[in-house]
Structures are given as C-alpha cells and as structure tokens.
Design a protein around this ligand. Structure first.
Ligand code: ZN
Length: 88
C-alpha cells in the first residue's frame, strides 16, 4: 500500500487519490502546428526505474492536485508539492 502525505490532510492511503499521469511532460502551445510535438505529448512516455514525477489528485479529501516524486523501484516518496506551486 502506498501512503501519500497530502499537504492539506496528512498521510493517506493511495486509494484516496487518483493518478493523473506523468508530471514531467510539457504540453505544447495550443496553436503549435508541430505534429511530432503533439504526438510525443499524447503518446510517448518514459518508463524510468528510479525517481519519477507524477500527478495525483486527492479525490476523497481536499481534491488538490499534487506533484509526487516517487521512486518506481521502491515506491519511496521523495517529495510532495501542490501542482499549482510547480507551474511556471
Ligand atoms: Zn488532501
């Protein structure tokens, strides 16, 4: 069982969260005509053995979106931040 420490609610089981995908992927500009950039954004993902940045939403709690940095080999969580704080 993965335990995620929500900054609002404290430590909770991962069943309370919804996985939201790879947080390291950057969306192209809406009017970017580069087909290859859109293809990579929609379909191409890394499958790292190690630290991975992921979006998780606390759907059963505060409903906040989080960026969780998790080691995919051990499920150890290195950091958790609000997603709104990570956007440029
Ligand atoms: Zn929460």
């Amino acid at each position: 069982m993965l335990r995620i420490e929500c900054p609002c609610c404290g430590p909770r089981d991962h069943d309370e969260f919804r996985y939201g995908g790879d947080a390291s992927v950057t969306r192209p500009a809406y009017d970017d005509p580069d087909f290859e950039a859109w293809y990579r954004y929609v379909f191409v993902r890394e499958n790292p053995a190690g630290l991975h940045r992921e979006y998780w939403q606390h759907v059963v709690g505060c409903r906040q979106w989080l960026v969780v940095e998790r080691d995919t080999r051990s499920h150890t969580i290195a950091s958790i931040r609000f997603a709104r704080e990570t956007r440029a």
